[in-house]
Write a protein that binds this ligand. Structure first.
Ligand SMILES: C[S@@+](CC[C@H](N)C(=O)[O-])C[C@H]1O[C@@H](n2cnc3c(N)ncnc32)[C@H](O)[C@@H]1O
Length: 260
């Protein structure tokens, strides 16, 4: 596939589902969608001038919202060059370059000193790595009195063997899910107190959720992009029925806590 000046060539077949969604132009790429991000903002009590960190920022949507709506300074990191490229472009288009710094970073080994940020968020990231280590790292870089907020997938009800195998074996190999209390324990063990929890259904990939998260115009643009290349069509034809099989059993959990 030919590369363009600003867009490196991508082998679509090898992309994980969330990178593929980013390639299609999707802006919200976590299981709770905009609903869980609004809940996160509600719990975070963001104040102008605070230093915030968005780990695994994807295409930068939440980082842009935080800077735009709450006038906070945002550092946003991601491990994937594809996401970083799109996040930088989206931040530039939003005119918020002065308020948001985008850089490469690994949730397992953040470059920031202890106690650096007032708020640390990670939407749908720790489940891809060593979860306990990642949670400790989020807490480490948060200042005492500051808050860590994270959203994750969780099993709302016990999945069938088939749904579990399709989702964790084929769609997202290596991803680690938990039940609600399992996630809460991880963040408690990482050192957070005063834990607050929200949860809800996984609607990101249902037609209603897609439309709610992206709005009519971007949902249509994603769809048109999805049918614009045979490799995209094949990928969607493989992905969508598999995700659909797991949807009834999946939900999102949002955990928020204070670093003592
Ligand atoms: C499901 S997407 C969520 C993206 C974004 N937070 C959002 O909600 O739209 C997971 C993101 O985590 C990033 N990621 C995966 N492993 C990571 C790691 N070890 N360190 C930092 N980011 C990571 C991926 O590149 C991807 O952007």
């Amino acid at each position: 596939m030919a590369a363009t000046l600003d867009r490196p060539a991508v082998d679509v077949r090898k992309l994980d589902p969330y990178s593929f969604l980013a390639v299609l132009g999707k802006r919200v790429i976590h299981p709770g969608g905009r609903r869980s991000t609004e809940e996160l903002f509600g719990l975070a009590q963001l104040q102008p001038g605070q230093r915030t960190l968005d780990v695994g920022c994807g295409v930068g949507t939440t980082a842009i919202q935080m800077a735009h709506r709450y006038n906070v300074g945002v550092t946003a990191v991601d491990i994937a060059p594809l996401m970083l490229e799109r996040a930088r472009r989206n931040v530039h288009r939003s005119g918020l370059d002065g308020k948001i710094e985008i850089e490469h970073g690994d949730i397992l080994a953040l470059r920031f000193p202890d106690n650096s940020f007032d708020r640390v968020i990670a939407e749908a990231v720790t489940m891809f790595v060593n979860r306990r280590q990642a949670a400790r790292e989020l807490v480490r870089v948060c200042r005492p009195g500051g808050m860590v907020l994270a959203t994750e997938f969780f099993w709302r009800q016990p999945p069938t063997e088939e749904a579990r195998e399709v989702f964790l074996g084929q769609v997202c190999p290596g991803m680690q899910l938990d039940k609600l209390d399992g996630w809460v324990r991880i963040y408690k063990d990482a050192g957070l107190t005063g834990l607050q929890v929200r949860s809800g259904p996984f609607e990101m990939m249902t037609p209603r959720g897609f439309l709610q998260d992206e709005g009519f115009l971007n949902a249509t643009a994603c769809l048109l992009r999805g049918v614009s290349r045979i490799t995209y069509v094949r990928k969607m034809a493989w992905l969508m029925p598999r995700i659909s099989r797991a949807v009834p059993y999946l939900g999102y959990i949002l955990v928020a806590g204070v670093k003592p």
